[in-house]
Design a protein around this ligand. Structure first.
Ligand code: PHE
Length: 346
């Protein structure tokens, strides 16, 4: 009997030590220790043993079961360690990745088109020596209005419907809030852009969102010109669209620039024929701009007799829509993964 036990133990431990993976090990576990397993069957054979020999027999079977169990556990530990060691050697293994990435279909993310275009603009202006600045979304009335030559009773306050906060502050309605901030912070001469989110209390449709993106640009120097401004805008737009685009300049009124312009771009969604994005006009207002008003320079701590500036307020959301031919602004912040996945690169 002892020999039979020893033989079984020998075969079992040899097989267990040779098990190459968890699945093979699991099979052996069932083969020996499962309900119909060989060791379990020995226990069941107890009734054929003479009553006097039963205690010794029982002990032997128990010992055998414990040894097989221990062998399986040891092998399992070794297999796990080997797998871990293999992963640690693998240069592409990242222990910080979420578990889902190991499942059948890892989801690959993509940069949001607003991020892609914003970074592109930053690259173009950084190459021209501009600073990239970031200013608060919650603003004081001063930087959003008064500092920009829009005093409390000025009708231009109604040009942009504002989200007011209970404490008297507001959600900035444009990135122009950075103009006086940047002048105070950096003095002159100054070249900077400040991209960011802006907010307006208005009803949402295919071309209006309560939250959208702009990129402000500001240049202050001893003498600046509208020609420089237009040149910079053309450089930017042809880089973004990777070709020459048709633009037009119209006079535009903003209290913080004089003269002020609206720079329109021919609608890239319909090619100028007319669609919902351009409200069937063939043109899209993309770039209000102008020469900085002397009062704004004063608020920025600069002497308007000494310094001049130009500024623009690029509609980043609209630019993204033009570039990717997106017909509805609501897609941009809608969070629909099917929309966003289209911008996956490579
Ligand atoms: N801040 C203005 C707007 O959002 C745009 C603008 C910026 C106009 C800079 C002129 C100069 O409508």
């Amino acid at each position: 009997m002892q020999e039979r036990f020893d033989a079984m133990l020998g075969t079992a431990t040899a097989a267990i030590a040779a098990a190459e993976d968890e699945r093979a090990l699991r099979d052996l576990e069932v083969k020996y220790l499962g309900k119909k397993g060989e060791v379990t069957a020995l226990m069941a054979g107890m009734r054929d043993v003479a009553p006097a020999d039963r205690p010794a027999f029982g002990q032997k079977v128990n010992a055998l079961r414990d040894e097989v169990t221990a062998a399986i556990q040891a092998r399992r530990g070794a297999l796990e360690e080997a797998e871990l060691a293999r992963l640690c050697e693998d240069p592409t293994f990242d222990a910080t990745l979420p578990v889902a990435a190991f499942g059948g279909s890892p989801r690959v993310g993509a940069l949001h088109p607003l991020t892609v275009v914003s970074r592109h603009i930053e690259d173009v202006f950084r190459a021209m020596g501009f600073l990239i600045l970031d200013y608060p979304e919650v603003e004081t009335e001063f930087f959003n209005f008064t500092g920009l030559n829009i005093p409390p009773e000025h009708p231009a306050r109604d040009m942009q419907d504002t989200f007011w906060l209970n404490d008297g502050n507001l959600l900035r309605t444009h990135t122009s809030t950075g103009q006086v901030r940047a002048m105070r912070e950096y003095g002159a001469p100054l070249r900077a852009i400040f991209p960011g989110r802006v907010f307006r209390y208005e009803s949402v449709d295919a071309s209006h969102e309560h939250t959208f993106h702009q990129c402000e640009g500001l240049m202050v120097d001893k003498s600046v010109s509208v020609a420089q401004l237009i040149h910079s805008m053309k450089t930017l737009l042809s880089s973004i669209f990777e070709r020459d685009v048709t633009i037009r300049l119209r006079p535009g009124y903003f209290p913080f620039v004089e003269p002020g312009f609206e720079l329109d771009i021919q609608c890239q969604v319909c090619g100028g024929r007319g669609c919902s994005v351009c409200k069937h006009s063939g043109w899209v207002e993309l770039l209000p701009c102008g020469l900085v008003h002397p009062n704004v320079l004063r608020h920025g701590g600069l002497d308007p007799n000494e310094w001049e500036g130009w500024a623009f307020g690029l509609g980043l959301s609209r630019l993204v829509m033009m570039k990717y031919q997106i017909e509805d602004i609501r897609h941009l912040l809608g969070g629909d993964l099917r929309f966003l996945a289209q911008f996956r690169q490579g």
